[in-house]
Write a protein that binds this ligand. Structure first.
Ligand code: SF4
Length: 336
């Protein structure tokens, strides 16, 4: 167990957000670096529960109390090893996951939960800085070949696991760059793309071959794939947006989020100097108050929109967990 009294003596602490004025001037991530000593104290709040509900909350089954304990004992390298035992890409989840582990944390019954997500991202960022994240090529090849269709997080994780098991893996992606939503959906201010590029370099060194710009079903058929590979994994997303068939939908200046966000990301990739859909100086209305709406909100502000109004069909949720959504459920609360 980490600090036996940590949950009694240490208050929950989360990283500071960079000042809004600065965030509007660049596309760097929102949060400041969290000092290692304070992070170790936060990890020390973990109670190493007999039944760790954080495991149930985490879709990956991350070994959360184990790496909390290791961080508290300053053994960050071992913590990184335990983190990677269940998670191929903790630098993605540590930035993008809504952290259902924290809403399931037992400490959350009557106190603030452990800052699990911050511990996770701090471990992996330090692991990269220290050079502990190295390619793990297989010692021998199996002779089997696998095609993975789709290069989002699911396709990449499958490809990495298969390559490390010795199979020869090729990842097909219809876009011009690898990464799926990680590349063109998630804005730079939520996850800077060098995190993705670094992971792709590791995978290439492990033997994964990337084939961007090939749309399976058009550029090559399913039969082509079956002939060339022993197995095929389908890990595709969808670019078909949910439309809103109301009067005036056909007017100019109305765009789907997944038209707007990729074009903004292309500017960050260096494909254009200005976005094709530019919110700069415009009065923007965003329909939808979820994560995608929030991405459009942050992007519009960084385009220096004249004003941004966000509409949501549901009533504004409470700031804290309502009684109708008790621990350990994932509650609908107001987050900005
Ligand atoms: S539920 Fe919370 S306190 Fe318990 S082991 Fe998991 S992180 Fe630690």
């Amino acid at each position: 167990m980490a600090d036996p009294k940590g949950f009694l003596t240490t208050a929950r602490e989360t990283p500071t957000r960079r000042p809004v004025d600065l965030r509007l001037l660049d596309w760097r991530e929102v949060y400041e670096t969290f000092p290692a000593e304070r992070l170790e104290q936060q990890a020390g709040r973990c109670m190493d529960c007999g039944i760790p509900f954080c495991h149930n909350g985490c879709p990956l089954g991350n070994l959360i109390p184990e790496w909390n304990d290791l961080v508290w004992r300053h053994d960050w390298q071992a913590a990184s090893e335990r983190l990677h035992a269940t998670n191929n890409f903790p630098e993605f989840t540590g930035r993008l996951c809504p952290a259902p582990c924290e809403t399931a944390c037992v400490l959350g019954i009557n106190a603030d939960p452990v800052t699990i997500k911050q511990v996770e991202v701090s471990i992996i960022d330090r692991a990269w800085d220290e050079g502990w994240v190295a390619p793990q090529p297989p010692s021998r090849l199996s002779g089997h070949t696998v095609a993975v269709i789709g290069s989002g997080p699911a396709g990449l994780a499958a490809a990495q696991q298969l390559a490390r098991a010795g199979h020869t893996v090729a990842v097909y992606e219809r876009a011009d760059r690898i990464g799926g939503l990680l590349r063109y959906g998630i804005p730079e201010f939520k996850m800077e793309k060098h995190h993705l590029d670094r992971r792709l370099e590791q995978m290439e060194a492990e033997g994964v071959r990337f084939r961007p710009g090939i749309e399976v079903g058009i550029d090559m058929t399913a039969d082509d794939l079956r002939r060339r590979y022993d197995a095929v994994i389908i890990a595709v997303g969808s670019t078909i947006g949910r439309d809103l068939p109301v009067e005036g939908r056909e007017l100019g200046g109305i765009h789907q989020a997944m038209e707007f966000l990729p074009l903004a990301n292309r500017v960050q990739e260096g494909d254009a100097d200005v976005p094709v859909i530019d919110a700069g100086g415009r009065h923007v209305v965003i329909i939808g108050g979820g994560d995608t709406g929030a991405d459009c909100l942050g992007t519009s502000h960084r385009h220096l929109a004249a004003s941004v109004t966000q509409l949501e069909i549901l009533p504004q949720p409470p700031e804290a967990r309502p009684g109708s959504e008790p621990w350990p459920t994932y509650p609908m609360t107001y987050r900005v």
